[in-house]
Ligand binder design. Sequence first.
Ligand code: NAP
Length: 276
Amino acid sequence: MSSVPVAVVTGSNKGIGLAIVRALCKQFPGDVYLTSRDPARGQAAVAELQQEGLQPLFHQLDIDDLQSIRALRDFLKDKYGGLNVLVNNAGIAFKVNDTAPFAVQAEVTMKTNFFGTRNVCTELLPIMKPYGRVVNVSSMVSCKALERCSQQLQQKFRSDTITEDELVQLMNKFVEDAKKNIHEKEGWPNTAYGVSKIGVTVLSRIHARLLNEQRKGEHILLNACCPGWVRTDMAGPKATKSPEEGAETPVYLALLPSNVDAPHGQYVSEKTVHPW
Ligand code: NAP
């Protein structure tokens, strides 16, 4: 078994994820795994970084597919005995002008952004090594969507005692309410992406709390973050940041030194903790 530290970035064949892998290849003292749901797209991205003199490794990972997640977990356990850095970056967003019904957008977006990310956490958090770093790429849109939730929902999402089961129920309720076209009446904002990212931010707060309660001595730090508005296929060419600039905050959180115990359980933007 290898004693080399290991980092994994989900959805890293392009965009911010690829830029995170590029930065980690330069700064992380260990093996860095570029992952992609599509092996061909992943290998093409690896070849691009190799052209730059970098040496990322590759593993397939589709966060919508539990078998794929478990295959990566088993590989990491066998080869490295665990994981040092996990960046949950993979995500999707429907374009503003997409004509798919809102109910479909709600279900599909929630499936990947919240449930896929959660499944990765369920399988990989147990194998995080001491002093591990977990970064969940959420969005400032989660904060804006939170402000547009009913007071009752806001209270639940800001609660310091909300459980993972309760959060899962709420995310499922949003999808069901969207299917019945009663989501606005039920206090939800009219944004599937925004609600899915509320899920990612709140999940991060819950998982950080559980680490405090159950694995305090392991010094693992887990945070949610926003990369900013970044020029990628998702956000388009008018966005203000390059992918490399968008990678800065996630990489900062992924490389928090072993002698710090904060930030942890926070929502971080521009390397700064913001109130939730
Ligand atoms: P992007 O260029 O569209 O890249 C998204 C990446 O996620 C792609 O590699 C995509 O793979 C992958 N992905 C999607 N579904 C997946 C799945 N089921 N399993 C594995 N990988 C999957 O978007 P981006 O702008 O870099 O976004 C990266 C993250 O930043 C997302 O979580 C996004 O919500 C967040 N974010 C972006 C911005 C922004 O301004 N761009 C702002 C705030 C937050 P394929 O190539 O196979 O589709």
